[in-house]
Ligand binder design. Sequence first.
Ligand code: ARG
Length: 578
Amino acid sequence: MACGFRRSIASQLSRVLDLPPENLIKSISAVPISRKEEVADFQLSVDSLLENNNDHSRPDIQIQAMRLAEKLKCDTVVSEISTGQGTVNFKINRELLTKTVLQQVIEDGSKYGLKSELFSGLPPKRIVVEFSSPNVAKKFHVGHLRSTIIGNFIANLKEALGHQVTRINYLGDWGLQFGLLGTGFQLFGYEEKLQSSPLQHLFEVYVQVNKEAADDKNVAQSAHEFFQRLELGDMQALALWQKFRDLSIEEYMRIYKRLGVHFDEYSGESFYREKSQEVLKLLDSKGLLQKTLKGTAVVDLSGNGDPSSICTVMRSDGTSLYATRDLAAAIDRMEKYNFDKMIYVTDKGQKKHFQQVFQMLQIMGYDWAERCQHVPFGVVQGMKTRRGDVTFLEDVLNEIRLRMLQNMASIKTTKELENPQETAEQVGLAALIIQDFRGFLLSDYQFSWDRVFQSRGDTGVFLQYTHARLHSLEETFGCGYLNDFNIACLQEPQSVSILQHLLRFDEVLYRSSQDLQPRHIVSYLLTLSHLAAVAHRTLHIRNSPPEVAGARLHLFRAVRSVLANGMKLLGITPVCRM
Ligand code: ARG
């Protein structure tokens, strides 16, 4: 609630401006801390007020700000009112600020910032987030990894905000690749290998049978036939397909667990084989389906034959395509979950695909199509593991763990750890996630292991290091000092900066919840860690009088709590030792 300060300022403003406080709350923002000087805590941008008023004449904003400031009075909450560039600035009573922020951080725990007045009046919604969605037997590429961590973040954030979230993994588990796989497995598959490492073995078989099929028409023919048997519901073929799918999911679940990711539903394209046929009938009955000379069927979204708006929905043999199955899946999910919002997380290469799917739903008469949203992300270049390009998710995780273990071994400050493998994995994952979440999701970037693992600078390693350090501070001094403290002792600029920064957490969460970009939270946590490092150097606990030591310890504990909250939202497990 930024501790209710915004509401308190808004109610005074509301009297002066004769506007309801609810309209003012979002115009009052916590001032980002600046290294230069002590800044005010909150500011009201006069510009945004005028927007609220729909007043387009825009009289001189500076004069407006000054006039407004003159009409406002200090009270028990606000101790100073001043003006800046088109803003009215408010300084909160220092003691109240300290007390309220620390109390709120501890009381609200993992909900700190989420109970804010910024989110009040936001009804809980039913939200479906579809993410990760790899293709069975094909490469798990970096795009799938990005989809996994971004989707997980979005689901975490929505859940934290009180929405009811359903996480769906929509597997690529249908299509000609299963014809090839069926044939390939009969030729060069091994049951034991399939059982012990299904993803690896199926991929090997897939690569090999692809090669064979390119040279040998008979193999290609038999792959086609196998897929046709699947499409027709042949029990034997389906049993083999089911085994491939089940074993793959089992292995995926184990690996997702290492990533800290779970799904409520493993769905897939295969589910929509029959329902796609219904969709085709529906399109036809609405007069939207057009047969082509080649025997395929298309939907013309522009209505005037513009080739870029033509979407193929049926092959010449009557089978469905990717887009058809997505239509069926969306309709099915609406029936099943009655969602208020459905979010698809994939690389930007699928932008047009989703535009077309949503548009088709719309012209089919489904108004809820506007509740569907595609969250696209950019391409990552150059991620390689020891085995080469990324083929398996597990390779990436192993690479992270190995590199991080080597890093930790070379750093003198590394502690004796109970489970170094696990710590290395968690620190390494933090590094990967922060690197990925620092910029706009839509931007492409060049991947570099060295940059990911830098312990200094703005990396996930730094966040984990800060968390571990703060944790050990509590362990060392916790029991001795926490009962006896005086918050009036937290008046140094380092403490005030931290408090001011903690005050802003809700705003940062709000921003990320609006544009679904994790970068706001990332840069917030990095700043928090830098502030903690400065405070750690200057605000000593050892040898300080107990009431000072206790107050500082409280401050550090609040920092760690908010740091941990933010990291968890991003999908990072904070470590207590490293
Ligand atoms: N399996 C697809 C791929 O790897 C991603 C699926 C995205 N989701 C969807 N509903 N189409 O490209």
